[in-house]
Ligand binder design. Structure first.
Ligand SMILES: Cc1cc2nc3c(=O)[nH]c(=O)nc-3n(C[C@H](O)[C@H](O)[C@H](O)COP(=O)(O)OP(=O)(O)OC[C@H]3O[C@@H](n4cnc5c(N)ncnc54)[C@H](O)[C@@H]3O)c2cc1C
Length: 312
């Protein structure tokens, strides 16, 4: 629908890249099964197509065998350039199964944390020296869990946020892809202007690269180059201060426009008003095919008009 990206994208691309076949109910009410070999125009227009051409009612995805365990390291950096350089290195050589970067506010500024995970099945075991040896981090922590417990690591946090209520507060999140040659300056500038009022007490900032050569979904728009950096100010708004939440939305619009003007792209699951012109620019060369598919499978901008992805 939007793509599906995470810490294993440097190996497997987006979730949409693993889709083999879809059953779709089109805007014209047809129930069609499509894939790369049949009705490819519909298949390509639905994957990452924001529900504009049809509703997915069944999806068949490629799977790989799961390992039994996960060794997870949290590597801490005080230097943004070192943090970025190590992420490029480990995403390029693929030594870890899962890689995700986070920017953490600390008293005197920011700390950078690289979450790096190796999956394995005993008696095999990860070679820590080979994996961490050349990396330039300071402090580190590690844990060893079952593969499932690693995948399910958010469950306790979600339960806690639900219990204390902030899970239900406004979450004006922004997700953008930045070109590799802009990331250091863009992030440093953004961090210099970001404090608790801009992020919220339970807000998060994620930053990690994906390899563009792994991304195959035609509608999944990223900047050109070897890497695209996913930068996500996952802001937490307040339940009873609409003016503050409106300001957070303005911050999203400003940041998106800055990223866009540097060649960046939205990851389209955002608290961000986008005009038809914005979408046209976002999809770029893929727009005509999407507009054609909308006209064929969901004429009259029938589906999901709220996102203003209007085609003529
Ligand atoms: C706590 C949390 C963590 C998250 N972590 C990640 C993450 O790690 N990686 C990531 O990529 N995203 C992440 N997201 C974002 C999330 O993946 C997206 O918001 C996703 O779109 C949510 O799916 P949904 O079914 O709720 O779709 P909605 O948000 O309801 O819809 C999203 C888009 O998909 C379209 N759509 C929805 N259902 C269908 C359908 N059946 N057929 C066709 N189109 C449809 C809608 O029209 C819309 O355009 C996270 C979100 C949350 C709340």
């Amino acid at each position: 629908m939007v793509g599906g990206i995470g810490g294993a994208a440097h190996h497997h691309g987006t979730q949409t890249d693993s889709v083999v076949e879809l059953e779709v109910v089109t805007g014209a009410g047809e129930v069609l099964t499509c894939s790369r070999d049949s009705d490819k125009d519909l298949f390509d227009a639905v994957l990452g197509g924001l529900g504009q051409c049809g509703v997915i009612t069944r999806a068949t995805l490629r799977l790989i065998p799961a390992q039994a365990r996960a060794r997870r390291w949290k590597l801490y950096y005080d230097s943004l350039p070192a943090f970025l350089a190590d992420q490029r290195a480990v995403v390029r050589d693929g030594r870890f199964d899962y890689v995700e970067g986070q920017l953490i506010p600390v008293d005197d500024g920011w700390q950078y944390m690289l979450e790096a995970v190796a999956y394995y099945t005993p008696p095999a075991a990860p070679d820590e020296d080979a994996l961490l040896g050349a990396l330039d981090f300071g402090e580190s922590e590690d844990e060893d869990t079952t593969y499932f417990d690693f995948l399910n690591r958010m469950a306790d946090g979600e339960a806690a946020l639900r219990a204390e209520g902030s899970w239900f507060h406004p979450h004006p999140w922004l997700n953008v892809f930045l070109p590799d040659d802009t990331v250091e300056h863009f992030v440093a500038e953004t961090l210099a202007a970001t404090g608790e009022p801009e992020l919220g007490a339970t807000g998060l900032l994620l930053l990690y690269p994906v390899r563009n050569d792994r991304l195959k979904t035609p509608l999944f728009s990223v900047p050109p180059g070897e890497f695209s950096w996913l930068f996500c100010p996952l802001r937490a708004g307040s339940p009873d201060d609409p003016l503050h939440n409106a300001r957070l939305l303005e911050l999203n619009v400003d940041l998106y426009r800055k990223a866009r003007d540097l060649g960046g792209k939205a990851y389209p699951t955002n608290a961000l008003p986008m005009s038809t012109e914005d979408w046209r620019a976002h999809f770029g060369p893929a727009w005509p095919k999407l507009a054609e598919a909308k006209a064929r499978y969901a004429p009259g901008n029938l589906l999901n008009p709220g996102q203003r992805l209007r085609s003529p």
